[in-house]
Write a protein that binds this ligand. Sequence first.
Ligand SMILES: [Zn+2]
Length: 92
Amino acid sequence: MTIKRRLIVSPSEIKAVTLQCSRCSYSMSVGPQDALIIPEECPQGHRWTAYMGGGSGPEKRLAEALSHAIKVEAQATDRGFSLLLEFDAPNP
Ligand SMILES: [Zn+2]
């Protein structure tokens, strides 16, 4: 028998959104309600492409959507459902 553990969180439980350079591992974090401004490159000069085809790329749109979901959830109105994010829990 296999037991799988899951972490289930609401957007309001997100403490930070982190961007990490895929080439040098430099990372920067912002609070989920802060404006996410993606620089054009990391401090080492590795190019970060946050915009594609004249619009925001998927990472930027996801960060904006999470920020909006957090603000909506903070208004504490009963919308009849909750948005929950589910992750595999790390092994103990
Ligand atoms: Zn880098």
